[in-house]
Design a protein around this ligand. Structure first.
Ligand code: GRF
Length: 220
């Protein structure tokens, strides 16, 4: 088995996706190792989750730095100090500077609670319900300079139901976030992904994908 992929996870809040990554590693479904969890919020619950599993943590507060780039330099330094190979954004509420993106080119991924390119940015479930789409879902994608615009790695689809409010829809989607984020990281750890323009091709998955090619869902 190849050496575990060295991860750095960036968080700002409750950290349920961080927990899903930790659980997948502990269950040996994911050949990775979290070298450090960095938060920009000192009392983020995600930090407690990391400490519960003896994972090193750091708090880097943007208010302590004169500019966004200075803040990002501190984060990149911390990630390099921990030999991080792949940066996973998991509810990290800040936009990365072009400097950061260049430093970890094709080495930063994010999870977003919608089927991108629909509903990027904030207040995702509000926008989803207001628009009236019948399906939503979640997306793991590489991070580029735009807002939720990078090449898409994995998506999962869930229905939107008539009775949904923002919380109900978010909860339905979150269960699938917790499945696809570790899965996307494992695909990277296995070296299966190849980026061609906007498309991310996944080696060794063609047959399974073809078996499922006739699947579809209708709602309602
Ligand atoms: C998730 O919904 C994720 O898609 C979005 O921020 C939320 C983070 O939740 N980027 P958690 O902190 O992982 O529980």
């Amino acid at each position: 088995m190849p050496a575990p992929l060295k991860l750095g996870v960036l968080v700002s809040g409750r950290g349920s996706n961080l927990q899903a990554i930790i659980d997948a590693i502990e269950a040996k479904r994911l050949n990775a190792e979290i070298r450090v969890v960095i938060s920009d919020v000192a009392d983020a619950y995600a930090l407690e989750r990391a400490r519960n599993h003896a994972i090193p943590t750091a708090t880097i507060n943007s208010k302590d730095y004169p500019s966004r780039e200075a803040f990002d330099r501190a984060m990149v330094q911390c990630l390099r100090d921990h030999q991080v190979e792949l940066v996973c954004l998991a509810g990290f509420m800040r936009i990365l500077s072009p400097y950061f993106i260049q430093e970890y080119k094709n080495g930063i991924i994010n999870i977003h609670p919608a089927l991108l390119p629909a509903f990027p940015g904030l207040h995702v479930q509000r926008k989803t319900l207001q628009y009236g789409v019948k399906f939503s879902g979640c997306t793991v994608h590489f991070v580029d300079e735009g807002m939720d615009t990078g090449p898409i790695i994995v998506q999962a689809v869930v229905p939107v139901l008539d009775g949904d409010d923002e919380d109900a829809l978010a909860a339905r989607i979150l269960r699938f976030e917790h499945q696809i984020y570790p899965r996307a990281i494992q695909l990277i750890a296995e070296g299966r992904l190849q980026i061609e323009g906007r498309r991310v091709l996944c080696k060794g998955f063609e047959e399974k994908a073809r078996e499922r090619a006739n699947w579809g869902y209708i709602n309602p």
